[in-house]
Design a protein around this ligand. Structure first.
Ligand SMILES: [Zn+2]
Length: 249
């Protein structure tokens, strides 16, 4: 049988298929988002039982099928059990899986996206605040997807500066001059601290996050902007956002 070894993939989503099987959506560095069938994984006696859960990092063999490829020899590399013990951390992890599932391209290599997903799961597993990890995930996600908000220049005239009115429709900060001519348009006023944290998170690596001390009001404003920016610029509002907001307050 024709097949390939998938060294690393994260489970984004699982759906039951008939009585015994599951359709699993994965994210891997080389294939991006893809679906495959896991045969027998709903049977209690199956070797794959419990492995096909969202957030699990797996290695497996992918065998070519007529309509869908199938997964065999699956082994868990990391199940992120620490995340699963905390409701807010689980909600943040599942929210990230849902965003990637709905808003990333199917079958396209995307190594930065895979690194981001794995890195954020590791941060949650390490006990970092789910709000901080989610904010970091959101700004990096829009960056990876090519919808990075303009944080150093006016999104309209490209004039440099700390522009504190941010329009998600126009793609970021808007300078006073452009605001004067075109007015406020689908955006919000942010504090200097919020702009600083967005800039910092956009350029920093995951390993620097645990040392960061962010005021809750700055964090919630940064996330408020990012939420609007994602809703406006990326297709499909993830359903998990509502659930996640309920849990994370
Ligand atoms: Zn301008």
């Amino acid at each position: 049988m024709k097949g390939e070894n998938v060294k690393e993939a994260i489970v984004l989503k699982c759906q039951d298929l008939f009585d015994k099987d599951r359709i699993v959506t994965f994210l891997s560095p080389a294939k991006g988002r893809f679906e495959a069938v896991s045969r027998g994984s709903r049977k209690l006696t199956s070797r794959t039982m419990g492995k096909m859960e969202p957030m699990n990092l797996l290695t497996f063999r992918l065998n070519a099928g007529r309509s869908l490829d199938s997964v065999t020899e699956a082994e868990i590399i990391c199940s992120f059990s620490g995340i699963r013990q905390s409701l807010p951390a689980s909600a943040a992890g599942l929210y990230m899986m849902d965003v990637i599932n709905r808003q990333s391209a199917e079958g396209e290599e995307n190594r930065p996206l895979f690194s981001l997903a794995k890195g954020c799961l590791r941060l949650l597993e390490g006990g970092l605040s789910p709000q901080v990890v989610s904010c970091f995930f959101e700004i990096k996600f829009v960056k990876v997807m090519g919808y990075m908000p303009s944080l150093h220049r006016c999104a309209a005239c490209e004039g440099p500066g700390d522009h504190l009115y941010m329009s998600y429709r126009r793609g970021g900060g808007i300078c006073p001059k452009c605001l004067g001519t075109s007015g406020r348009d689908q955006g919000m006023e942010v504090s200097p601290g919020t702009l600083q944290i967005l800039r910092f998170m956009a350029r920093t690596a995951a390993r620097h996050l645990p040392t960061l001390n962010i005021h809750p009001s700055v964090l919630s404003q940064a996330r408020e902007y990012l939420k609007c920016h994602m809703e406006h610029n990326l297709p499909g509002r993830p359903a998990a956002i509502k659930e996640y907001e309920k849990l994370s307050g």
